[in-house]
Design a protein around this ligand. Structure first.
Ligand code: DLL
Length: 432
């Protein structure tokens, strides 16, 4: 099922030609209208008019989050404010907020791209979509909302939070597709249990989850508990919001909307491209954005290309689910560890619940990682022996799969805080 088959299945040479034309146009525009780009190009003695192939992209400068902050709020806009019809802003969890804008045409493209992702995931105009992302400056709520309407589906714009009401509405309004963060989907599954509602009795069939990293193990958990098929979709405010990439029904990597975005995967240290299939930082250049075009944006998100053709027939390249952001990477005793790796290990252990926290401390100049994980009631109240066996098993798995020793603390079900939006499972006390 395609939303725009003629585009999503373009053959490579045609797609590359389209990308090149759009890249040239974008460079011409930012060179003419955005002082930041004009100055950077001239400092590097770069004539954007001389970009004649997609490979020339590598000569262009990167744009970083700091550049957006330095130009707060409107310095990087490429059109006059009076032509801007929407403003969004990133949450600013890692520092000062950044501001992005959209022209009328940008909103049309954005809606189309999100509709594409919904359609790729199997959602149709017949679906009833409950959007449990926050509506507001965050791009999740409005982005998915416009995309769902564009598809012709029915939208329930409930926004995030008030979980019992979400579930009541899901039941009464016969929601077929749930849109939120994977963390919130897990919380909903818990609350459903508390309310005595069997998810199999609901009309729910699809879950479209994104806005934060999650593991394959978490997908399986959500699918089983909610009786749905969960797909992953990715995006970021600086580039568009949701709509940059999404999984098709193969559920094996996210197709990048390559007619609108040019991607590279680079080594974050050398800034050179990694070998195809190697993990690196995703870098994105927008090809059609009018209000807020960005050249070679360093997302900090780590992934790898899946270069094999997808059985679905789309030719847009797939990237593997994000491992996390480079800022999320924990360095424990010199070993690099991503929270999603720990999540995968924990979710595979019988007797644990899919809720955990990672606490990093420094004791006697040594890093110490404590994994707090909820366990099922039968184990928590069971003999010490069983608890000890479970703790030992988790420790052993961590050593063999990650190469680090960890402390494990088993906690009672429902003791760790749940999340309505993006989850935050790491407490790093080392800098305190
Ligand atoms: O989270 C946009 C979005 C909304 C995407 C709804 C998908 C669905 P920001 O708040 O700017 O925008 O955060 C962007 O979130 O750089 C990633 O680190 C992370 N992220 C987003 N989607 C995924 C995903 C929205 N599917 C930042 N997997 C990005 C992993 C994700 N991380």
């Amino acid at each position: 099922m395609y939303w725009e088959q003629e585009k999503e299945c373009l053959d490579r040479p045609q797609l590359q030609q389209l990308q090149l034309t759009r890249l040239q146009e974008t460079l011409r525009k930012v060179g003419a209208t955005v002082p930041f780009y004009r100055n950077t190009f001239s400092k590097m003695k770069l004539d954007p008019g001389k970009v004649k192939s997609l490979d020339d992209l590598r000569r262009l400068p990167f744009t970083k989050k700091q550049d957006l902050r330095d130009n707060y709020p409107y310095g990087l806009f490429a059109i006059p404010l009076r032509e801007v019809v929407r403003i969004h802003s990133s949450s600013g969890t890692t520092g000062m907020a950044t501001v992005v804008g959209y022209s009328k045409n940008d909103i049309v493209n954005w809606s189309n791209l999100v509709a594409r992702i919904l359609c790729g995931a199997g959602v149709t105009a017949d679906d009833m979509i409950q959007i449990a992302f926050g509506y507001g400056l965050f791009t999740g709520g409005f982005g998915l909302h416009y995309g769902a309407e564009r598809l012709g589906a029915s939208v329930i714009p409930i926004s995030a939070g008030n979980t019992k009401r979400q579930i009541q509405i899901m039941q009464d309004f016969k929601t077929t597709a749930l849109v939120c963060t994977p963390s919130y989907a897990l919380k909903m599954a818990d609350v459903m249990m508390d309310m005595g509602i069997n998810p199999n009795g609901l009309s729910l069939r699809f879950g479209l989850f994104g806005a934060e990293p999650w593991s394959e193990a978490m997908r399986i958990e959500i699918n089983e508990r909610l009786g749905i098929r969960a797909t992953d979709n990715y995006g970021l405010s600086e580039i568009l919001g949701p709509g940059v990439a999404g999984e098709c029904q193969e559920c094996n990597g996210l197709h990048v909307n390559e007619d609108h975005f040019l991607i590279e995967i680079i080594d974050p240290d050398s800034l050179e491209p990694v070998a195809p299939g190697e993990v690196g930082e995703l870098v994105i250049t927008t090809l059609t954005k009018e209000a807020f075009p960005v050249i070679r944006y360093r997302t900090r998100d780590l992934t790898r290309l899946l270069p094999e053709p997808c059985p679905c027939g789309r030719t847009f390249v797939r990237v593997n689910r994000m491992m996390g952001r480079s800022d999320d990477m924990l360095i424990i005793k010199g070993v690099n560890v991503f929270p999603t790796q720990i999540e995968s290990i924990l979710f595979d252990v019988e007797g644990t619940e899919p809720h955990y926290r990672l606490i990093v401390e420094r004791e006697n100049n040594e890093d110490k990682l404590t994994v707090m994980v909820e366990v099922v009631e039968s184990i928590f109240f069971d003999a010490m022996k069983k608890q000890r066996a479970l703790m030992d098993m988790i420790k052993k798995k961590m050593v063999s799969e990650l190469g680090i020793g960890v402390d494990v603390k088993l906690v009672e079900e429902r003791t760790l805080e749940r999340f309505d939006g993006k989850g935050d499972r790491v407490i790093d006390r080392r800098e305190l």
